[in-house]
Design a protein around this ligand. Structure first.
Ligand code: ATR
Length: 273
């Protein structure tokens, strides 16, 4: 009799829109891993109970999405360095009583920029827009690439300053308000949630030139408002679909010890947006 597939899931609220089951089914087929991956809707006040129930039913691991990444961080019995730095967990792995918490979002972004877009971060001037959870998750992985500088700009400067203070020992990072950022950057990353409201963070056009990569962590069928703005000022643009696929591949590696190829899955997802 064939072995029962190992169980994985993505947990969130809402969860119906998640592309993760699609992505992981393709990864599993391509790497011949005997696993299944489902969507789990947890009640807003029922994250821990839902995770425990899944573990009791022999679940092996989970991806965690909005709004549970902080609760997942609290639930883990062990955290990777990058999960501790992010202050949030998007990947759980269950081994007996142990719950490993990891965060693959930052490495997903960096892989998409460095490998897929072919733009090195090393020695570059990088501008990170925003200082919420999405921004925090990528600061350490960006600094590990040894940029010349990482400038974090946020509407509420105090939040950017907190991040710069937290990660100051890890590399050349500083905080600023938007108005003070007036020089050109090699890479500009939009980690604000402005795109959700079809809005553009108030960044000066002077940060873009034709050699700039403007990256929006959001993705969609059409360019985001930020991407249109950056394109209008000569930059090359990229959205966050590649980050989504790369963070999934890194989670798959954490669970299965195999890193699937991402190119074909990326192309299929893009075609179906
Ligand atoms: P997430 O988890 O997506 O990062 P968050 O923690 O609520 O969500 O953070 C949202 C980020 O987007 C913050 O940096 C926020 O700026 P403030 O800290 O000043 O609130 C930023 N943001 C949201 N809408 C924005 C807009 N229209 N222009 C500029 N920044 C915006």
């Amino acid at each position: 009799m064939p072995a029962r597939p190992d169980r994985y899931a993505v947990i969130g609220n809402p969860i119906a829109h998640s592309k993760s089951p699609d992505i992981h089914a393709r990864f599993a087929a391509a790497t011949a891993q005997n696993m299944q991956y489902e969507r789990l809707l947890a009640p807003l006040d029922g994250f821990v109970a839902t995770v425990r129930g899944f573990i009791d039913q022999d679940g092996k691991g989970m991806n965690v999405t909005v709004p549970f990444k902080l609760e997942a961080h609290a639930l883990a019995t062990e955290l990777t360095e990058r999960a501790r730095a992010a202050g949030a967990v998007n990947t759980l792995r269950f081994d007996g009583d142990r719950i490993l918490g990891d965060n693959t979002d930052g490495v997903g972004l960096v892989t998409d920029i460095v490998v897929n877009a072919g733009v090195a971060v090393r020695s570059k001037k990088v501008l990170l827009l925003g200082a919420g959870g999405a921004a925090r998750g990528v600061v350490l992985p960006l600094l590990k690439e040894s940029p010349r500088e990482l400038v974090i700009a946020n509407r509420t400067v105090g939040k950017a300053q907190e991040l710069a203070d937290t990660f100051g020992a890890q590399g050349p990072v500083r905080a600023t308000d938007f108005a003070s950022v007036q020089h050109v950057f090699d890479i500009v990353i939009n980690a604000t949630s402005a795109s959700l409201a079809n809005d553009v963070p108030p960044v000066a056009p002077a940060v873009f030139c034709q050699d700039t990569l403007a990256y929006d962590m959001m993705y969609g069928k059409a360019h985001t408002a930020f991407m249109r703005f950056a394109l209008g000022h000569g930059a090359a643009v990229r959205d966050g679909l590649g980050m989504l696929v790369e963070q999934a591949a890194e989670s798959f590696l954490v669970w299965r010890g195999v890193r699937p190829d991402t190119a074909a899955v990326f192309t299929e997802l893009r075609d179906r947006l």
